[in-house]
Design a protein around this ligand. Structure first.
Ligand code: ADP
Ligand code: MG
Length: 377
């Protein structure tokens, strides 16, 4: 028996809580086949280790077990796209900001490490030509290897596959002196000529600004969505706004904002001090209708771990490590929601898409429709 209509309809009736529709309505069930008491369910899910997708998976397992079968869930691999140089990478996620020194590298390395720690296969591409800090922060000592076919094999540190501009511009080359086209060429090489293998997530630590490097990345690979880092003070916000607009102008979703250095938790007096002011992350989130994914305090542990060449999440169980794990969960949930909305062909701009926060007027209209629905059902 290759198909079981009653089971299929029960599976398709399961709700996607983030998109507020059933899996069937969203077209997320690729295949259900039953044999020898096992129901193999293939879903068009693409965010490994996202808590929301795990919860939907758990619900589906209950439904299958209730039908007296053993569930076997898997994610669909998609159609191969020969034009995509990162075809075996499920999600490409730039970590960006319009501004330098806000903690992009800190966020990118800790986020990547926290995901790898969970079991995901993760790559980290350090594309910051002006300050390639990833190898330093993670303590990468190995050089990339060279495969038989001449591609670069990234060194593995803390379970992460790492490539950096730093590896390509060693010796007497001062990367900051390279001309634009040279930078483009190097970045394209880092994307195309690296043996990333199969990855669940590839994080890209982008340089500050809204220039060539960012555009090169976006022209060469399909980007899932960006994580934008800001600090709370007003002066940072103008630059970060430009950073957000750059992605949105290219039609690239912004998964959400991270407010870094939100406050300083004083170890001696126990109080939180807002060294850089308050509310910047919240303000941008409201302005652009984006989720605020995490607020990470200033924590001497974070700086010390950066200098000590270990990400906080692999250090010990510190409050800072917990913040990064929360950020990991929020980011993967957003990746999942964006990918599932794309499968379902929900218009990323339309207010019919629950990922788009409605304006007050639309919200009122929506509530009316709900009432009508209740009245008729
Ligand atoms: P960017 O990549 O945006 O230039 P970095 O991640 O290199 O910024 O951070 C700049 C400096 O601030 C680094 O020395 C880093 O260790 C430190 N830092 C970043 N975030 C925090 C934090 N939340 N608490 C303490 N130090 C931090
Ligand atoms: Mg940096």
């Amino acid at each position: 028996m290759s198909d079981d209509p009653p089971l299929l309809s029960r599976i398709e009736a399961v709700e996607d809580p983030a998109l507020e529709r059933t899996l069937g309505e969203l077209g997320l069930v690729e295949d259900v086949s039953v044999s020898d008491g096992v129901a193999a369910v293939t879903l068009r899910f693409d965010a490994p280790y996202a808590p929301d997708e795990k919860a939907i998976g758990d619900r589906l397992r209950e439904v299958v077990r209730a039908a007296g079968l053993e569930p076997e869930l898997s994610a669909w691999d998609g159609n191969p796209d020969p034009n995509n140089p990162l075809e075996s990478v499920r999600n490409v996620i730039p970590v960006a900001s319009g501004k330098g020194g806000v903690g992009k590298t800190t966020v990118a390395t800790n986020l990547a490490t926290a995901l790898a720690e969970r079991g995901a296969t993760v790559g980290l591409l350090d594309a910051d030509i002006y300050g390639p800090n990833v190898p330093g922060m993670l303590g990468v000592e190995a050089e990339p290897g060279l495969s038989m076919s001449g591609t670069l094999v990234p060194p593995v540190v803390d379970e992460l596959r790492v490539m950096s501009m730093d590896f390509l511009t060693e010796g007497d080359e001062d990367p900051a002196m390279l001309r634009g086209p040279m930078v483009d060429k190097l970045l394209a090489e880092l994307i195309r000529d690296v043996e990333w293998g199969t990855l669940d997530y590839l994080f890209v630590d982008l340089p500050p600004g809204t220039g060539d490097e960012q555009l090169t990345l976006m022209q060469h690979v399909p980007v899932t969505g960006a994580v934008v880092v800001t600090t709370p003070e007003d002066i940072a916000l103008g630059d970060v706004r430009k950073g957000i607009r750059m992605f949105l102008d290219q039609g690239i979703p912004v998964l959400g904002l991270v407010e870094n250095m939100s406050s300083f938790h004083c170890p001696s007096c126990g109080d939180d001090h807002p060294l850089y002011g308050t509310g910047g992350g919240e303000q941008l989130a409201t302005e652009f209708d984006l989720p605020l994914l995490a607020s990470i305090p200033m924590d001497p542990e974070i700086r010390a771990s950066g200098d000590a060449t270990t990400a906080v999440t692999v250090v010990e169980d510190t409050p800072a490590a917990d913040q990064f794990r929360q950020l990991r969960d929020a980011v993967t949930n957003q990746v999942g929601a964006v990918n599932r909305a794309a499968v379902a062909d929900l218009d990323p701009q339309s207010s019919d898409n629950p990922l788009v926060e409605p304006t007050q007027g639309e919200k009122d209209g929506r509530e009316d429709r709900t009432e009508q629905h209740d009245a008729t059902s």
